[in-house]
Design a protein around this ligand. Sequence first.
Ligand SMILES: CC(C)(COP(=O)(O)OP(=O)(O)OC[C@H]1O[C@@H](n2cnc3c(N)ncnc32)[C@H](O)[C@@H]1OP(=O)(O)O)[C@@H](O)C(=O)NCCC(=O)NCCS
Length: 163
Amino acid sequence: MTLADLIFSPQGTAELDLKSFDCGRKSVNKFFREEALDYQDELFGKTYYWVHRDRPTEVVAGFTVANASIFTKRLPNARQKKIGREVHHDKGLINYPSILLAQLGVDLKYKGSHLGQQIIDFVMQWFTSPDNKSGCRHLIVDAYDEPHLLEFYQRNGSFRLLS
Ligand SMILES: CC(C)(COP(=O)(O)OP(=O)(O)OC[C@H]1O[C@@H](n2cnc3c(N)ncnc32)[C@H](O)[C@@H]1OP(=O)(O)O)[C@@H](O)C(=O)NCCC(=O)NCCS
């Protein structure tokens, strides 16, 4: 299965059965079920889902993104120097414009389809495309400190550990 087999459904645009969504992590399930609407209403970040084409209330996967920035001084020295060479104005040197992938979940029924990896590719493409709204040089993920998860993120999308 690929994302193209599913329907993209920004939160709030359709009635969804989030009670049946289970990605295997309680905190992520709870966020999508109980917190994501307020998070969005309060302008902290936006949530997007993919739903099943034949059963449009069934959520297959979801993610939440929020604006963020990396304080340049927190980056390793070599990276700071690289940015110095890339950036041609002072403003860009203090904070590096980024997007935080605040939540990500794929329903357990669809594990093994590499949807997680496809979503990371989608988000990266989305925020670096010419019609992106604010500019973004990095995708940040605040991942649980679990070896398999860190490996997943480092394998998909060239994430690097900051601390
Ligand atoms: C993390 C998550 C989004 C990954 O989505 P996915 O569609 O299952 O992942 P993919 O199929 O794209 O994974 C790519 C590879 O990483 C591996 N992988 C992904 N998540 C893994 C996990 N939790 N444990 C071990 N391996 C994992 C997959 O086995 C796959 O390996 P392969 O290429 O050798 O087959 C999904 O497992 C999930 O919803 N987990 C619960 C919620 C969560 O922890 N979110 C992240 C919060 S930081």
